[in-house]
Design a protein around this ligand. Structure first.
Ligand code: SF4
Ligand code: SF4
Length: 431
């Protein structure tokens, strides 16, 4: 697919049938297509098998939505989520489709601000605005959404979102003691019951086993990609990896796994032939912090435009999503649900206290990836990540690791300032 031909495909009749604001969405489609072309297709020497992911972007509001609507016609549930604490395995076990609905675009923020306060996280405003303005086909297609109580902005927004789309909430405790695990397990059971109620079908142990394998395979493919990204020089750009990680929240998991593994085969070859996207001397950056939902490519783009390369992403779009696998050998539902609870409890989101394991994990990923500096990226008004950055900074100081903390939102206004700070940070790494 040449750069000039790229466009996000238009499906006005289907969007109309979903009750969308089609005229407005048409404009957003063109803006997104242009941004994609400038950010991704302008890169030199990209792996050829990125073609699949380009195609998926071109069909993300069309062909993929058609697949989802076809699945609905077969009676398969389609469930929207906003957080990696919601166990996807149970949706897959019900034959369903799980879609990540976190918002990464500035476009719908003003729509949200007509109702929600301005001084909350842009991810929450963007997600809510997509629904309020009816400009997201995924939001229009889901049967219901499942939120969680990880942060105040989210948990109170679910009450308002429930007016637009059926919204259920999983209580995620704030600590990880035995009594919290007990509560969490009950919440996982409630999630399963809600899916069963929505579909009228019982989720069996065999179906959960199959779903665990599907998700393990998907996570293993992402782990493989992550390891390949660590090579010096890296065979793939950090922003392409970010794009793939974002697509993981929309695509069919089995097809996605196959395509990521095919790409990794090509990256293996590139490594053996010494083919890379940046010179070995390019400053290597680990990005850590709040997740970057599609199409938030700001930080990765700025690092790589300034001559650096992102070689690891410690966020819920990145390693926090795929670092932990599940035991595949359980045969009864009670053991499976307990193991699911344990697996999800390992995710080290800053909404927990204490959360020192995240500091250790960031340092581990820094070493494993051969990074030379840590860029802590935090969305504006995300208090937990912002405050936890203090501990990451202290750990960096103790270990002599160059560190930069950036707080940003989705508007383009801070790009100039961010660029200056990132360029200075890369100079610091170069020494
Ligand atoms: S940062 Fe925390 S709240 Fe946000 S998706 Fe990750 S785990 Fe969920
Ligand atoms: S980035 Fe922080 S404030 Fe925003 S939704 Fe996630 S946890 Fe909440």
């Amino acid at each position: 697919m040449s750069a000039k031909q790229f466009e996000i495909k238009s499906y006005p009749d289907m969007w109309e049938s979903l009750g969308m604001d089609v005229a407005r969405f048409e404009k957003a489609r063109c803006v997104l297509g242009d941004a994609f072309q400038t950010t991704f297709l302008s890169q030199e020497n990209r792996p050829q098998r990125m073609d699949y992911f380009n195609w998926l972007i071109s069909e993300m509001h069309g062909g993929r939505i058609r697949e989802i609507l076809d699945a609905k016609k077969e009676g398969r549930p389609v469930i929207g989520t906003f957080c990696v604490y919601i166990p996807e395995e149970l949706v897959i076990a019900a034959g369903g489709i799980c879609i990540g609905l976190c918002g990464g675009s500035q476009g719908p923020v003003p729509d949200a601000e007509k109702i929600l306060p301005r001084n909350i996280c842009p991810m929450v405003k963007s997600a809510y605005g997509f629904k309020a303005a009816k400009i997201c086909p995924y939001f229009q297609a889901v049967d219901f959404v499942y939120g969680e109580t990880t942060c105040d902005a989210k948990k109170k927004t679910w009450e308002i979102l429930n007016r637009e789309v059926p919204t259920y909430v999983m209580e995620i405790p704030q600590m990880k003691r035995e009594r919290d695990r007990t509560l969490w397990l009950e919440e996982v059971k409630d999630f399963k019951a809600q899916i069963e109620k929505g579909t009228g079908k019982t989720i069996t142990a065999d179906a959960i086993s199959d779903a665990i394998k599907i998700m393990n395979n998907k996570r293993k493919a992402l782990q493989r990609l992550n390891r390949l990204q660590h090579h010096i020089p890296s065979p793939i750009s950090g922003k392409d990896v970010l794009l793939i990680e974002q697509i993981a929240f929309y695509d069919d998991p089995v097809r996605f796994t196959e395509k990521v593994n095919l790409l990794c085969d090509e990256l293996d070859e590139r490594v053996s032939k010494g083919v890379s996207v940046a010179p070995a001397s390019a400053p290597r950056v680990l990005v850590s912090g709040t997740p970057m939902a599609m199409p938030n490519w700001k930080a990765h783009n700025l690092v790589e435009k300034a001559g650096g390369i992102v070689v690891n992403d410690e966020s819920c779009i990145g390693t926090r999503y795929f670092k932990d696998l599940m035991d595949e050998n359980m045969t009864d539902i009670e053991s499976q649900l307990k193991a699911l609870t344990d697996r999800y409890m390992k995710i080290d989101c800053s909404c927990f206290t204490p959360n020192d394991e995240r500091v250790d994990q960031v340092l581990k990923e820094y070493r494993d990836s051969g990074s030379q500096g840590i860029l802590h990226y935090c969305l504006q008004f995300c208090h937990t990540y912002n405050i936890e950055a203090i501990k990451i900074k202290e750990a960096c100081e103790k270990n002599g690791i160059p560190f930069l903390a950036i707080e940003s939102d989705y508007s383009p206004e801070d790009i100039g300032q961010m660029q200056t700070r990132i360029e200075a940070f890369l100079e610091q790494i170069k020494g």
